[in-house]
Design a protein around this ligand. Structure first.
Ligand SMILES: C[S@@+](CC[C@H](N)C(=O)[O-])C[C@H]1O[C@@H](n2cnc3c(N)ncnc32)[C@H](O)[C@@H]1O
Length: 502
């Protein structure tokens, strides 16, 4: 499979059936309908399409010759990759043979070509356009393809993925009563570079059904978040059906009115949940970020080198990861993602930074060598391993991989995990105990009361907010991001204590 360059990912059968049912590709009428998969691969969609078609034809007592005629005139596919193209022909021929017990020698209208050109021969031709178009980020496309996209495709300005152009060519392939059904990444729902596409869909009231799979992974070994989108341009409904995967089944959870759409982001949920979020924001214009800084803890990208226990002490030196190093470069640290507030969980971290003015900068290498010779030697021994990290641009080999948390860690803080199950647990830490792999929260002004954030973190409303807006992880966990906390509404600070009565 040519994953990155051709966007080859195979669609599971149940998704194909879901899409074919949603566009209503069933019943006797399909015998006279034209359908295309413009990125047909080895035929995941076409196989099921001809299976349905042959069943209908048999039901209608069509002759073998008539069936051959239908298959040759109504079923279309385009695939750029030769190998996949031949596999597709083979797969289709096998199905025909099994179902009709004869070799029909069909001249398939499956083309081993580039859809970005080929589609022009079939403008307004199809009753159905279905498929799982390639997902290839623009920077992985060859120069010529980029050029065509820029020149010929309306939404290619600022587009970051070719699947959007497949939407566009799909729209052009449809006849006036045509319906399109694709599974694609769901990034077009949320990403700011797709805003014009969202506006276009809204202005044309084009979406009929949207299934946002959110954090559920549909493709094996492939982590893209996906959505099914069903589109037509002839029905003039004021809303579309919004569906999600609930207990392993695609179910309608809401109807979304076009007039309620926010161009910035198409994140939806059930009616109750969306009302809850709306209400949450309705009586305040303040957010947590007005009072607190919410940050991710350190990311050293080699915790086993930077973090460890103190095994022995001898004057200014300590035995740390089997090496004697200077004690004054070590700080207490906890792992935010698992910390339960116990002192036995506290470890130590090499903090190779120093204060300059009101900022922390990396201790210059020469200074590290002179002032912390043992630590320097320890790091030097691990240099090869440290260099393997993909660290921030411009950072030195002995720094943490990311600069996050470094400027603000010297404050009193609350630490929480980035995952939540049934409850959100939070713990206070003093200013000299730092956090890695988790989230920490500090006050923006001394006089702000911790109660503001404590009340939020322990409220049922906040838990529900995370459950609605967080991503799913295995084991029933939900992710918590700094953005979610920062954006959480808080009420006006009249009296700095006792602020919240949700
Ligand atoms: C995501 S795969 C889907 C394959 C198949 N439809 C399925 O659902 O299993 C996308 C397919 O599009 C093909 N492809 C990529 N760029 C193409 C282009 N410009 N024209 C036609 N096919 C293309 C890839 O080779 C790949 O087989």
């Amino acid at each position: 499979m040519k994953h990155k360059t051709l966007g080859q990912v195979y669609t599971p059968e149940w998704i194909v059936n879901e899409i074919l049912d949603s566009v209503n590709y069933k019943g006797i009428k399909i015998l006279n309908k034209k359908i295309i998969d413009p990125a047909c691969g080895d035929g995941a969609f076409l196989k099921i399409i001809i299976d349905r078609l042959i069943d209908e034809a048999i039901k209608e007592k069509k002759t073998i010759e008539e069936i051959k005629h239908i298959l040759e005139n109504n079923i279309y596919g385009i695939e750029i990759d030769k190998g996949e193209y031949f596999k597709c022909l083979d797969n289709l021929n096998k199905i025909v043979k099994v179902k009709l017990n004869t070799d029909l020698n069909i001249s398939w209208r499956i083309f081993n070509e580039n859809s970005l050109f080929k589609y022009k021969e079939y403008i307004g031709f199809f009753d159905f356009v279905v498929g799982n178009p390639p997902y290839i980020r623009i920077h992985n496309l060859d120069k010529d393809t980029r050029k065509i996209l820029k020149k010929e495709f309306m939404f290619s300005q600022g587009t970051i993925d070719i699947y959007l152009s497949f939407f566009e060519l799909g729209f052009k392939l449809l006849n006036k009563k045509g319906i399109l059904g694709y599974i694609t990444p769901n990034s077009y729902l949320h990403n700011s570079s797709y805003i014009n596409f969202r506006k276009y869909l809204k202005n044309n009231k084009a979406v009929k059904i949207l299934v946002d799979f959110k954090a559920n992974k549909i493709f094996k070994n492939f982590s893209t978040y996906t959505a099914i989108t069903i589109i037509n341009f002839f029905e003039d409904k004021d809303y579309f059906e919004y569906k999600e995967l609930v207990n392993g089944k695609i179910q309608k959870v809401n109807e979304i009115k076009y007039k309620d759409l926010n161009d910035k982001d198409w994140s939806f949920a059930s009616k109750e949940d969306m009302n809850f979020i709306k209400k949450l924001y309705s009586n305040t214009n303040k957010k947590v970020s007005d009072f607190f800084d919410v940050q991710y803890g350190f990311a050293t990208l080699r915790d086993n080198i930077f973090i460890g226990d103190i095994e022995e002490e001898k004057e200014d030196l300590v035995l740390f990861n089997k090496h004697w190093i200077e004690k004054k470069i070590l700080y207490k640290v906890v792992k935010g993602s698992t910390y339960k507030g116990k002192s036995s969980e506290i470890k130590y971290i090499i903090f190779p930074y120093k204060k300059l003015g009101n900022r922390f900068i990396p201790i210059p290498e020469e200074e590290l060598k002179t002032n912390y010779p043992n630590t320097y030697n320890y790091l030097l021994k691990n240099k090869e391993e440290l260099l393997k990290r993909d660290i921030d641009k411009g950072a030195s080999w002995y720094e943490f991989g990311r600069s996050q948390g470094i400027q603000t860690c010297h404050n009193e803080k609350i630490v929480i995990s980035t995952l939540m199950k049934d409850d959100i647990k939070y713990y206070f830490l003093d200013k000299d105990t730092f956090v890695y792999s988790g989230i920490f929260i500090i006050k923006k002004k001394k006089e702000y009361d911790w109660k503001i954030i404590e009340t939020i973190l322990s409220s049922e409303e906040f838990k529900r907010y995370i459950k609605i807006t967080g991503k799913d992880f295995s084991g029933g966990y939900k992710s918590i991001t700094t953005k979610q906390i920062k954006n959480y509404p808080t009420k006006e600070l009249n009296n700095q204590k006792n602020l919240f009565n949700y």
